[in-house]
Design a binder for this molecule. Sequence first.
Ligand SMILES: Nc1nc2c(c(=O)[nH]1)N=C([C@H](O)[C@H](O)COP(=O)(O)OP(=O)(O)OP(=O)(O)O)CN2
Ligand SMILES: [Zn+2]
Length: 128
Amino acid sequence: MRIFRDFHFEAAHHLPHAFPDGHVNQRLHGHSFRVRITLSGAPSPETGLIEDLGRMMEIAAEVREQLDHHYLNDIEGLEKPTLENLSQWIWRKLAPALPGLYQVGVYRDSCGEGCDYNGEFETEDTKP
Ligand SMILES: Nc1nc2c(c(=O)[nH]1)N=C([C@H](O)[C@H](O)COP(=O)(O)OP(=O)(O)OP(=O)(O)O)CN2
Ligand SMILES: [Zn+2]
C-alpha cells in the first residue's frame, strides 16, 4: 500500500552540460515543478496510518524551501539540474527522515515531462 503527497516549486536553471553550444537549453530559463513523494508500508493497527501526511508535508517543506525561486545550478549537488538529478537530490534529502520512502517523482506538468526515482543506483560509491 502506498500514500503520496505532492508539492510544487518554481525555479530557474540551464543545462550547459547536456546540450550543444547555442541550444536553447543552454540559456537561463524557468519551470514550474511538481514533486510527488510516495511512501510504501502497512497501516499501523493502532492509528490506521502508514505515516501522517501532515508530517510528510512538514519534511517536504524544508526541501521545497531550498528549491523554490532558486537558481538550481547554484545548489550544492545540483550543478547539473536535470529532472533525473533533481529526483535523486530530493531522495537523498528525504530518505533519512522518511522511513518507507518508495518513490520521488519530479514532473513538469505543463510539458508532460517527469522522472520517477526509486532509490536505485544509491550506493556508498555513487553518493556525492
Ligand atoms: N532527460 C531529460 N531531458 C531533458 C531535461 C531533463 O531534465 N531530463 N530537461 C530539459 C530542459 O529542462 C528543457 O528546458 C525542457 O524543455 P521543454 O521540454 O521544451 O519544456 P518547456 O520549456 O516547454 O517547459 P515549460 O515549463 O512548459 O516552459 C530538456 N531535456
Ligand atoms: Zn529547463
